[in-house]
Design a binder for this molecule. Structure first.
Ligand SMILES: Cc1ncc(COP(=O)(O)O)c(C=O)c1O
Length: 368
C-alpha cells in the first residue's frame, strides 16, 4: 500500500492571475534576480528517473535534486536566507530572529551569516541537539524554550518586540504575510530553473507539504514560468495531513498530530494562510502516505533502483516518488489525473542527507 488517502479537490480551478495575486510576479522576478546572483549559486540537477518511468509506463519522470542546493542540502536554503537579505536592505546593525523546528532556522542563520548580521534562533525543547548544532554552525545564537514550537514562537515574538529584532518566519497569518511571501518567492526558483532545463511540457507535479510554503511557492512559479499548467498533487504524511484535511473541509483545519512522522519537515498541524489561499484552488488533489516506504525509497534512490544516477534523497525527498508509485497503481487516481504513456511527471527531491544520522539509519534499514 503506497497511498493512505486520495482526495479530489472539488474546488479546483487554476487561474494564473489568482495565484499571482497572493505572491506577485514582481516578487518572483526579484527573488530570481537576487538569488541567482549569489556567489555560490548553481542550478540544481534535473534527473530523469528512467528505470521508474519504464515500470510505471509513463513518458518521463523528472526529479529535481535539491540535495545540491547550496551547502544546506535542501530547497529551504532559498527561502529564509532570501527573506533575510530582503528585509535587512543592506543594513549591518540589525539583529535577525526566528523560531524554528530546524530547517527554516538553518536557512535564516545562513542568510544572516552571509550578510554578517547577528541572529537569534528560538527552538522548543523537542528540537534535537543535532539540529541545534547545525544552526550554530552558521554563527547563530540558539535559545531553547520550554514547551512546543508555538511556545518558542511566542518567546521569539516577545523578545523581538522588546529588543527590536527583525523576525523572519516562513508561516503566514492574517497580520504577517510579507516575509513568508518572500520565502515562497525564493522557492519558486525551482520552476524558473526547470523551465530552462527541459523543453518537454510537464503534465503533473507532486509537491510535498508541511505548512504548504514549498507547494505554494512552486505553484506560483508554475503560474509565472510554465506555458502549460500541469496537474498539481499535494503529498503529505498520513500522520500530519493538514492540507488534505483543509481542502476536504474547505477551510484551514488544525489537526492533532498523534505521532510524529519520520518525514520531520512535513510534520505540521496547520497550514500557513497564503499557501492556503493559493492551494485551495490550484491543487487538483491531495494524497497522504505512511512512513512505511520511506527507508526503502531513500535506499532505492541511492542504489540506482529508479535511475542510472545515484541520488541522495532524504526522508522528505522520498515522498514524491512513493506517492507517484501509489497514484500509478491506483486505477481511480490515475484515471482522474490522466496519467498515461504521454505523461511527463515532476517530483521534487526536496532534501538530501540534511540530517546525516537519520539518513544513514534510513539507508541501512532500507537495504535490509
Ligand atoms: C526538508 C523539508 N522541510 C519542510 C518541508 C515542508 O515545507 P512547507 O512547510 O513549506 O510546506 C519539506 C517539504 O515539503 C521538506 O522537504
Amino acid at each position: 500500500m503506497y497511498l493512505t488517502k486520495f482526495l479530489i479537490n472539488k474546488k479546483f480551478q487554476f487561474k494564473r492571475s489568482n495565484v499571482l495575486k497572493y505572491v506577485s510576479s514582481t516578487m518572483l522576478s526579484n527573488a530570481y534576480r537576487t538569488i541567482s546572483n549569489w556567489k555560490s549559486y548553481n542550478v540544481t540537477p534535473l534527473y530523469t528517473l528512467d528505470k521508474l518511468k519504464k515500470n510505471l509506463k509513463v513518458n518521463n519522470i523528472f526529479y529535481k535534486d535539491e540535495s545540491k542546493r547550496f551547502h544546506l542540502k535542501s530547497f529551504k536554503a532559498l527561502g529564509g536566507a532570501y527573506a533575510v537579505e530582503k528585509i535587512s536592505k543592506g543594513k549591518k546593525n540589525i539583529i535577525i530572529s526566528s523560531a524554528t523546528a530546524g530547517n527554516h532556522g538553518k536557512s535564516v542563520a545562513w542568510g544572516a551569516q552571509r550578510l554578517k548580521l547577528k541572529c537569534k534562533i528560538f527552538v522548543s525543547q523537542f528540537v534535537s541537539e543535532a539540529r541545534v548544532k547545525e544552526i550554530k554552525k552558521f554563527g547563530a545564537e540558539v535559545i531553547r524554550v520550554k514547551g512546543n514550537y508555538e511556545d518558542s514562537l511566542k518567546k521569539c515574538q516577545e523578545l523581538s518586540k522588546k529588543n527590536n529584532w527583525k523576525i523572519v518566519q516562513d508561516v503566514s497569518t492574517k497580520d504577517y504575510k510579507y516575509i513568508p511571501q518572500l520565502t515562497m518567492a525564493g522557492y519558486s526558483i525551482l520552476i524558473k530553473e526547470i523551465s530552462k532545463q527541459t523543453n518537454e511540457y510537464i503534465t503533473h507535479i507532486l509537491l510535498q507539504a508541511g505548512v504548504g510554503g514549498l507547494a505554494a511557492g512552486v505553484v506560483a512559479g508554475v503560474a509565472k514560468y510554465f506555458r502549460r499548467i500541469p496537474k498539481i498533487i499535494i503529498v503529505e504524511p498520513d500522520k500530519a495531513d493538514c492540507v488534505l484535511q483543509s481542502i476536504k473541509g474547505k477551510k484551514i483545519k488544525k489537526i492533532k498530530i498523534k505521532k510524529e512522522s519520520i518525514m520531520g519537515g512535513m510534520s505540521c498541524n496547520e497550514m500557513s494562510l497564503v499557501p492556503w489561499q493559493i492551494l485551495k484552488n490550484a491543487s487538483n488533489c491531495c494524497v497522504s502516505i505512511s512512513d512505511k516506504n520511506i527507508a526503502k525509497t531513500v535506499a532505492g534512490l541511492k542504489d540506482k533502483k529508479f535511475s542510472k544516477t545515484s541520488i541522495i534523497g532524504g526522508e522528505c525527498a522520498a515522498p514524491g516518488v512513493i506517492a507517484l508509485i501509489g497514484l500509478c497503481n491506483n486505477v481511480k487516481a490515475s484515471k482522474f489525473l490522466n496519467i498515461d504513456r504521454t505523461s511527463n511527471i515532476l517530483v521534487i527531491g526536496c532534501e538530501g542527507n540534511a540530517d546525516v544520522k537519520l539518513y544513514k539509519q534510513l539507508l541501512s534499514k532500507g537495504r535490509k
